[in-house]
Design a protein around this ligand. Structure first.
Ligand SMILES: Cc1cc2nc3c(=O)[nH]c(=O)nc-3n(C[C@H](O)[C@H](O)[C@H](O)COP(=O)(O)O)c2cc1C
Length: 178
């Protein structure tokens, strides 16, 4: 049963970018800054063979510096239709591999490019939303969450099902008290 839950959990994550309008397209990604957690919504772009999660961001965004200082990261997904939660934790790699960057960067097309080309870094105060200025350079950074632990929780009757899967145990899982 645990093996099947693990497969279903990985598929649930993949549906996030494979199925249109699937709730797992978005997740909440946590970093640490000065010992305090910081969360934000991000789009899940890919899940690799090793179950790593791929995200795109602006090179100048706060999370990049935060992950450089402390790579510990966690992403949480919630599917309101199924009442399932998936938590993925591990170390965030700020990808340097040029081939990998090239492969993903070409997926940023058209209007989406705007998200990486603001004149000033994300989070800079601005007079109004209209006053944001743009330039040509794409400040694209590829983030790869190197998954170490995956936890799934499904709320259902008569029993909620909570499981933990760890890379160090070859992804074999165990049930937890929900
Ligand atoms: C629906 C939605 C999707 C988002 N997707 C991304 C994303 O894929 N990458 C990203 O860097 N920011 C994304 N953002 C913006 C982040 O939530 C955040 O505001 C921004 O990245 C700056 O975060 P930081 O200053 O904590 O680094 C998204 C926001 C929303 C509301």
């Amino acid at each position: 049963m645990l093996n099947q839950i693990f497969k279903d959990t990985i598929n649930e994550l993949k549906f996030g970018y494979l199925k249109r309008k699937h709730p797992n397209k978005y997740c909440y990604l946590a970093s640490i800054s000065n010992n305090k957690p910081i969360t934000r919504t991000v789009v899940l772009r890919d899940v690799t063979e090793e179950h790593h999660l791929i995200f795109f961001t602006d090179t100048r965004s706060g999370k990049v510096e935060q992950f450089k200082a402390n790579p510990n990261a966690e992403a949480v997904f919630y599917n309101p239709k199924k009442l399932t939660q998936i938590k993925v934790s591990g170390k965030m790699n700020i990808v340097k591999d040029e081939e990998k960057i090239k492969y993903y960067k070409q997926k940023v097309q058209g209007k989406s490019q705007k998200d990486y080309t603001t004149q000033h870094p994300p989070g800079t105060p601005v007079k109004s939303p209209d006053a944001v200025e743009y330039q040509d350079e794409l400040n694209f950074t590829l983030l790869e969450l190197e998954t170490e632990v995956i936890e799934s929780l499904q709320l259902k009757r008569p029993n909620h099902i909570r499981c933990k899967f760890e890379k160090q145990n070859n992804w074999s899982g165990k049930f937890l008290v929900p």
